[in-house]
Design a protein around this ligand. Structure first.
Ligand SMILES: [Zn+2]
Length: 327
C-alpha cells in the first residue's frame, strides 16, 4: 500500500494542493484554484477541504491504489503564525486575522495537520526534493508579491522565539531607504519584490528614461509589472537591463548579509524573478562576492529553485513528515 501526505500551499492569489509521496517525489495529483479569502471562515474551510478531497481521490486514482494511506497534511500560509496553536495571526494579503485554520481544516478533512509559514514550506521543499538536496544548512529566499525566507541549519528549520525567523524581506538594506509595507524603511522587499521592481522601473520612466517598456504596456505605466521588465530585457532593452542589474545588486547585498550571518551551504532563490536567469544570477553572485566574507562566500552556492509551482506543496508535506518521524 502506498503512503502519502497532502501538501497545501496557500498564497495571496492561488491555493495549490498536492498529494505527495511520503518517500519523496512528484505529487501524484496537483490542483490550483484562486484563494477563497472571502466569506465566513467555515465556507473558506469547506472550500479548501473539498479541494483536498478531490486531490486525494484523483491522486490515488492516478497511481492505481485507491486504498493508499494518507498519513497527514501540511499547510503553508503567509503571515505570522502561532505554530503551537495552529493559528494564522495576521495574513494581511488574505485579510485573515486570528484564524484557527489548522484545527478547522484538520477536522474537515480528518487528517493530522501541521501549519507553517509558506516561505518555510517552499524552503523545506527545495531542501528535501529540490536544489538543496544533500545540503545541511540552507537559506531560501522567496521572491514574489513580497519577499519571504526560510532558514534551515544543520537539518533543522529555524522558527525562532515567536516563529517569525527568516523574514529576510524585512532586513534593512538602506538606513534611510524606501518605506516598506511593514512600517520600516529600507527593507529588501521595498526594492526587490515583484511590485517594487515594477515601481522602480516606473519611476525611472516617469523621470524620462527611454525604454521599450513604455511600448510594451501601451503607454500605460500603471500596467507595468516585473514580468514586463523581463520581457523587455529579452528584447535587448538597455533600461530594463539596468533595472534588473540594480535589482540583482540589491538582492546581492541582502544575500551577502545572510551569508555572513548564517554561513549556509546553499542560498536558493525561488519565484518568478528567477526567470531573469543569468541577468539576475551573474550580478547577484558578483555582489555577494564583493561584500561577504571570502570563506563564507566560497562555501556557498547561490542557485535558482528547482520546483517551480510545487516547492510549497512538497515542503508543506515534508514539514509534516519531519514532525512525525514515527508515521
Ligand atoms: Zn519591511
Amino acid at each position: 500500500m502506498s503512503r502519502w501526505v497532502v501538501g497545501l500551499d496557500i498564497g495571496g492569489t492561488n491555493v495549490v494542493v498536492g498529494l505527495v509521496p511520503a518517500g519523496g517525489g512528484r505529487p501524484a495529483a496537483l490542483r490550483t484554484r484562486s484563494t477563497p479569502t472571502l466569506g465566513p471562515r467555515d465556507v473558506v474551510v469547506g472550500e479548501l477541504a473539498k479541494l483536498v478531497a478531490e486531490v486525494v481521490e484523483s491522486g490515488l486514482d492516478a497511481v492505481g491504489d485507491p486504498e493508499g494511506e494518507v498519513l497527514g497534511m501540511g499547510i503553508g500560509c503567509p503571515g505570522p503564525i502561532d505554530l503551537e496553536a495552529g493559528i494564522v495571526l495576521d495574513a494581511f494579503n488574505l485579510g485573515w486575522r486570528d484564524f484557527a485554520l489548522r484545527d478547522a481544516l484538520a477536522e474537515a478533512v480528518g487528517l493530522r495537520t501541521i501549519l507553517d509559514n509558506d516561505a518555510n514550506c517552499a524552503t523545506w521543499g527545495e531542501y528535501w526534493q529540490g536544489a538543496g538536496r544533500g545540503a545541511r544548512s540552507l537559506v531560501g529566499v522567496t521572491l514574489g508579491t513580497g519577499i519571504g525566507g526560510g532558514v534551515i541549519l544543520e537539518g533543522r528549520l529555524v522558527h525562532g522565539a515567536s516563529a517569525s525567523a527568516g523574514e529576510i524581506g524585512h532586513m534593512s538594506i538602506d538606513f534611510h531607504g524606501r518605506r516598506c509595507k511593514c512600517g520600516n524603511y529600507g527593507c529588501l522587499e521595498a526594492y526587490a519584490s515583484g511590485p517594487n521592481i515594477a515601481a522602480r522601473a516606473r519611476e525611472g520612466l516617469e523621470a524620462g528614461a527611454e525604454s521599450a517598456l513604455t511600448r510594451l504596456v501601451g503607454g500605460d505605466l500603471d500596467r507595468l509589472t516585473a514580468a514586463t521588465v523581463y520581457e523587455a530585457i529579452l528584447e535587448g532593452d538597455a533600461y530594463a537591463g539596468e533595472v534588473m542589474l540594480e535589482t540583482a545588486k540589491i538582492l546581492g547585498a541582502g544575500v551577502a548579509n545572510i551569508v555572513n550571518v548564517l554561513n549556509p551551504q546553499i542560498v536558493v532563490i525561488v519565484g518568478g524573478v528567477t526567470r531573469a536567469g543569468h541577468y539576475l544570477f551573474n550580478p547577484l553572485r558578483a555582489e555577494v562576492r564583493r561584500r561577504a566574507f571570502k570563506s563564507a562566500e566560497q562555501a556557498c552556492k547561490i542557485v535558482p529553485g528547482e520546483l517551480p509551482q510545487t516547492a510549497g506543496v512538497i515542503g508543506a508535506a515534508g514539514i509534516w513528515l519531519a514532525a512525525h518521524p514515527q508515521a
